[in-house]
Design a protein around this ligand. Sequence first.
Ligand code: PHE
Length: 359
Amino acid sequence: MSEQPDVLQARLLVEVAAAASAAALEAIRVAALGRNGDVTRQMATLGKLPPDERKAAGQRFNTLKERVADAITAKAAALAGADLEAKLAAERLDVTLPARPEASGRIHPVSQVMDELTAIFAEMGFTVAEGPDIEDDFHNFTALNIPPEHPARQEHDTFYFPEGEDGSRKVLRTHTSPVQIRHMLTHKPPFRVIAPGRTYRSDSDMTHTPMFHQVEGLVVGSDIHMGHLKGCLRDFCEAFFEVRDLKMRFRPSYFPFTAPSAEVDIGCARDKGQIRIGAGEDWLEILGCGMVHPKVLANGGVDPDHWQGFAFGMGIDRIAMLKYGIPDLRAFFDADARWLGHYGFGAEDVPTLFGGLAR
Ligand code: PHE
């Protein structure tokens, strides 16, 4: 026995009203109005009624069908609206909340200082050059006019690799100066380059670690002289330390690859485990420099009769200690998160000359 049309209609309307999702509603529609649905099947039997009953019954079913279809359409719209409401509620953003706290990772002072000095030298027209940490004897020593008997070659300073097949031994570069040679051999003068990077010497105390950082500078032109060297380094130091009339001294010195040569110290004070720049009677050596030796120019493929220039090699860790008052060099490489939390920099604090170098 099939349901009476009004009973069927009431049941279907209740089902439609209770549908909890678009999928459930679709299932109800198919079960009622689909090809095998309750409504469709009952309407198919109308033909068997006597003709006088057929018309009235047909009208009742058409009304039923229309009501149910309308209810389904309305319910579908309501369900879609509810979906959108739920999505909007889930994606709601309170723009009045304070900004999220800064990421907890910190930039190491050495990285920060490399970015700072690169920004300053870039402003003076320098570009950045690079070379490998594992060097050969030629670039690290010979081409730099360091003869075989020179003390810098002795085991206690230099980390040597085991002998290779050809009998030569590679080294961990003891300074960034080999990048001078690499750059000269691959570029035509004039040029102005810096080469920041890691350097290695078998040495360890309060102010020395086996791995440390240097930045090399090399300027070659037809009329470059010692005055340019002094002016360039003073301008750099005053920009870097953000101090006018910085206490600075050039001491005559010796390097096989420069002549004349000098070392530069910055005036500072050490007290109560602090190191302060520009005050007191102490000096901290920060760099070696000089006019590039003609033999070194020639070894780099640069004609010393036409070109001359200056070079310097600066200790990055040293200038970081001075600028940021960090007393112990060894702590730089302890990977202590508390130390980094104290002396590190925020990732958004990108140094530029126009935006300010430091926090
Ligand atoms: N390479 C020297 C050092 O490591 C520094 C230096 C570089 C000196 C360039 C003069 C010119 O001590």
